[in-house]
Design a binder for this molecule. Structure first.
Ligand SMILES: Nc1ncnc2c1ncn2[C@@H]1O[C@H](COP(=O)(O)OP(=O)(O)O)[C@@H](O)[C@H]1O
Ligand SMILES: O=P(O)(O)OC[C@H]1O[C@](O)(COP(=O)(O)O)[C@@H](O)[C@@H]1O
Ligand SMILES: [Mg+2]
Length: 323
């Protein structure tokens, strides 16, 4: 390997820059050049890249977003476009590719490997934490901490006014952000796409706590819940309890901001290990976290296993601890 490419794809996630920095600095140490493709797979197809040396990735470890830009690139679903991208890489003299993104981005990377023989390594970068084979994806910890900040602030006004708050967090198909935010934020209830009977349970539990004199209730709702996110869930619960409520949608605020220590650390280890794997000739791997350590995981297993199951223990805890 003489020259590696790196790109970020799908939704941006805080810590992606720390991963890019670690990958570039590790490549330099191993005598390998690095280029960064712009705007995800769209830049790869067009051959739009920048040379990345040690100085190009200075002063970015603390920045959210991604210096390379990212996109959802529908053309990349087309095998002919992927062949064109592989050809473009050859022309650019690039022998391997690191993809920082979610499960969708990894499907694209694996297709590029299988169809065109490109060596690929994946780094899980998504706030959703919905990638199989890793306990945490880059950006998840920061996103949950951002949501917690909002909840802590809403508690003040909730306690003062007796208003119920429904806080919608991101997660199209995954309740991971909602669940962790609810438990760590001491929410009165949580509604996630993976569970189906929890709205009734939340109503019951809030009734009990109201009878005990609890004034302030915060309910965390994942955007992808089948009832239609917080705007779908709030009227059902508000009406059942005959209480005034407000809906707060955190949306893309969770995607930005300076990455936490955890995200920087996981990204730094992952970026370094992805380069080491490719340089050692290991392709089709993802650097995941298992048992609190960074490990190489087979990328095909990641893609074939789909989304990891919801943490049932945390779901139970979220309901139990409301009092
Ligand atoms: N099955 C697939 N085949 C080829 N490319 C894909 C596939 N799935 C996703 N991609 C590429 O990865 C991009 C990001 O995927 P997406 O699912 O939106 O985000 P994420 O990777 O964060 O889960 C897509 O816009 C597309 O370019
Ligand atoms: O910014 P967009 O394209 O509207 O996408 C929003 C989606 O992206 C996410 O923030 C992150 O998803 P990915 O990391 O899988 O791309 C989801 O939580 C959210 O549903
Ligand atoms: Mg995803």
């Amino acid at each position: 390997m003489k020259r590696l490419g790196i790109l970020t794809s799908g939704g941006d996630a805080p810590g992606m820059n720390a991963a890019i920095r670690a990958a570039v600095r590790t490549a330099t140490r191993l005598g390998v050049q690095m280029v960064g493709y712009l705007d995800g797979y769209c830049g790869l197809v067009r051959g739009a890249f920048v040379e990345l040396d040690d100085r190009a990735v200075g002063n970015i470890i603390q920045r959210g977003g991604t210096i390379l830009g990212t996109s959802r690139c529908p053309e990349f679903f087309d095998p002919e476009v992927r062949a064109q991208a592989a050809n473009q890489m050859k022309l650019d003299g690039v022998d391997g590719l690191i993809v920082i993104g979610g499960d969708g981005s990894f499907r694209g990377a694996l297709a590029l490997q299988d169809e065109c023989g490109v060596a690929v390594a994946g780094l899980p970068g998504t706030i959703d934490n919905d990638v199989w084979g890793t306990e945490e994806s880059i950006g998840f910890d920061t996103a949950v901490n951002t949501a917690l900040l909002a909840i802590d602030q809403l508690r003040d006004t909730g306690e003062s006014t007796g208003m119920m708050f429904f806080v919608e967090v991101m997660g199209r198909t995954s309740g991971a952000i909602a669940l962790h935010t609810a438990v760590a934020g001491g929410a009165a209830g949580v509604v996630v796409p993976e569970a189906h009977a929890e709205i009734g349970l939340v109503i019951e539990r809030i009734r009990e706590t109201m009878a005990k004199g609890k004034r302030s209730h915060i309910i965390v709702v994942a955007e992808g819940d089948e009832a239609g996110g917080a705007f779908g869930v709030a009227p059902i619960i508000g009406k059942a309890l005959d209480r005034p409520y407000r809906v707060v949608v955190l949306g893309h605020t969770q995607r930005g901001g300076r990455p936490t220590m955890r995200d920087r650390l996981v990204a730094s280890e992952g970026g370094a290990m992805a380069v080491e794997a490719l340089v050692a000739g290991r392709t089709g791997v993802m650097i995941g976290r298992q048992g609190g350590r960074s490990v190489e995981v087979n990328l095909r297993d990641v893609v074939n296993n789909g989304h990891p199951p919801v943490n049932a223990g945390l779901l139970r805890l979220a309901q139990q601890l409301s009092g």
